[in-house]
Design a protein around this ligand. Structure first.
Ligand code: AHG
Ligand code: MN
Ligand code: MN
Ligand code: MN
Length: 335
């Protein structure tokens, strides 16, 4: 079978299924191109002088790595001039970035985590980029943060890239989840899996166990039951994996099932959780649901949340449907 490049996949989606507006196609192509540049920069590692700290802090109070800042700039440079966006917002910018007046404005809003898993950059472990596409409310030409505050069900597209042994792009346009692998010689993303599906059941979980003493009772109970293994109430052994890059942990679940949890705990309670709703939880929740999985805070479906702030944090429990539903039922029984 002939290789299908991302460009062809998108053109066919536009032509055959009438599913894709031309300006959304351009947007996805440009995001993919920006991710290619990030992949290239990451691949150079120490030789490119891109590792280490930038010496600055972002709006969340995190120390920025050079690659956090560089990846953010790559996204801005790539997306400003195409005429497909009204504004962009990211983890690394306090406020939305408007399209400069010299360029035409478009109908979409792009929200992104330019570099996910920054604590893993300097140790050469997989990192990624996460993005979410929303429509700009009608009649708004200078969008502000409020115009971005739409629930995840309103996303028109979402995706992530993993910069791992190979670079992958995982994309949904609201009609299944598809995987593309970067062909480094050709410089193009090639379709390698159509319609990814997450198994309903799993024996693998991902959580930062060092936070155990801070978790709420339903999460304590759930994880206790998993680690009890064969002789516990679940009557089978469970395996644990934690890369500490959300993209890599979610991608493992996309590939072979599992449950990913960054639950509410005593350490993050004041902030509402650890992961960010608009550019981490929402795009991942859309992808996971599109692949047949579930995504919840433990108390609510993530995609239904009405965001209150651009950098809002939320608890995240996602992956294999039956396990997510079990965790949700434990929350119900304690509340
Ligand atoms: P980011 O690097 O974009 O700030 O995101 C970090 C997140 C996420 O990728 C990961 O799931 C989590 O932080 C890791 O947290 P721990 O340090 O608690 O393992
Ligand atoms: Mn960060
Ligand atoms: Mn992140
Ligand atoms: Mn990040």
């Amino acid at each position: 079978m002939k290789a299908v490049a991302l460009t062809r996949f998108l053109i066919e989606a536009q032509r055959e299924r009438g599913q894709l507006a031309p300006d959304l196609r351009l947007l996805i192509e440009i995001v993919a191109r920006a991710c290619k540049s990030i992949s290239h920069a990451i691949g150079k590692g120490e030789l490119g002088g891109v590792l280490g700290s930038a010496g600055s802090t972002n709006v969340q109070g995190e120390a920025q790595k050079k690659l956090d800042v560089l990846s953010n700039e790559i996204f801005l440079d790539a997306n400003e001039w195409g005429g497909h966006l009204a504004a962009l917002a990211s983890e690394e910018m306090d406020d939305p970035h408007l399209i400069p007046h010299r360029y035409p404005k478009g109908n979409y809003l792009l929200v992104f985590d330019p570099l996910d898993g920054s604590s893993n950059i300097d140790v050469n472990v997989s990192v990624g980029t996460i993005f979410s596409v929303l429509r700009c409310p009608e009649g708004i030409t200078e969008p502000n943060a409020e115009h971005f505050l739409q629930p995840g069900v309103k996303q028109v597209a979402a995706g992530y890239t993993v910069y791992g042994p190979s670079t992958l792009l995982i994309l949904t346009l609201g009609d299944g989840v598809h995987q593309f692998t970067l062909d480094r010689e050709l410089g193009s993303f090639v379709l390698t899996k159509r319609n990814l599906r997450i198994a309903e059941d799993t024996s693998e979980f991902a959580i930062n166990m060092s936070n155990q003493r801070h978790w709420e009772p339903p999460v304590q109970r759930y994880i206790d039951e998993l680690v009890a293994g064969k002789t516990g109430p679940r009557e089978r052994d469970f395996n644990m994996r934690w890369v500490a890059s959300m993209v890599a942990d979610v991608h493992r679940i996309m590939t072979r099932g599992g449950i990913f949890m960054y639950p509410l705990d005593a350490k993050t309670r004041d902030k509402g959780g650890k992961l960010r709703l608009m550019y981490e939880a929402n795009p991942m929740a859309m992808l996971v649901e599109q692949a047949g999985g579930a995504a919840s805070t433990g108390r609510q479906r993530i995609l239904d949340l009405a965001p209150a702030a651009l950098h809002q944090r939320v608890p995240v429990i996602l992956g294999s449907r039956n396990e997510v539903e079990r965790v949700v039922s434990y929350h119900r029984s304690y509340d």
